[in-house]
Write a protein that binds this ligand. Sequence first.
Ligand code: URA
Length: 236
Amino acid sequence: MRLDRFLSDMNVASRSELRKAIRNRQVTVNGETIRDPGFLLSPEEQPEVICRGKCVEYQELQYFMLNKPAGVISASEDRKQKTVVDLIGEEKRRDLFPVGRLDRDTEGLLLLTNDGQLAHRLLSPKKQVDKQYFARISGKATAEDSARFAAGIRYDTELTARPARLEILTAGEESSEILVTIQEGKFHQIKKMVAALGGGKQVLYLKRLSIGALRLDESLRPGEYRRLRQEELAVL
Ligand code: URA
C-alpha cells in the first residue's frame, strides 16, 4: 500500500496535504524519513509510521458505537447537513458508514464501521436480528396494541410489519412509554406502525436501545461515541 494512502485511510489529512507533508520530510517509516508519497509498505507488518510527530496505527476495520443525537442524519456525508460520521472526531477511516438508518429526530444506538460484511449480517431481513427501541407515544398504550404488533400490523397501503413486540412501560391517558422490538428497518417503520394503531397515536420520542445482543452504553450522552469493545464485537 502507498504511504499517502495509508495515511489518508486513517484520515490524518487530505491526500494532497499528505503528499506535501511527505515531500517536506515530515513522515518517517520505521525511523527512516520517507520523501516519496508512493513508498510502499505493508500494514500487516505493523510499520511504525510517524506523521508530524504523531504515531499513526493502521486499522483495517473500525467499529464505533454512537449515541446518535437528534438533528443529525444517518449518512456518511452530506453537503448541507451534519452527518453521524461528522461526529466521529478521532482518526477515523474515510470509508466509515452507519449501519442502517435512524431518522433525523431519532436518538440512540448507531454502529459506524467500514465492515461491509458485518453491516450486511445485521441488516439482512433474513438474519432476523432484533432491534429494540424505547418510544414515548401520544395516547394510552393498551394490551390490544401489543396484540396487533404481535400479529403483524399493516402500516402502509402495501406494507405489513413482521410480528413485533410492544411492551408497555407506562400507560397514561395523554401519553405512554413503550419498548418496541422489530427485526426489520423500513423507512419510518416504528412511527408508521404506531400511527397504524389508530386513535391519533403518534411517536413523540424514539431511541434505539439495542441491535441483537449489543446494547447502547448508557454512559454515552447523545453525540458521544466510543470504539466497540472486543467482547461487544464478538456478540455481533
Ligand atoms: N423506526 C422509525 O420510525 N424511525 C427510526 O429512526 C427507526 C425506526
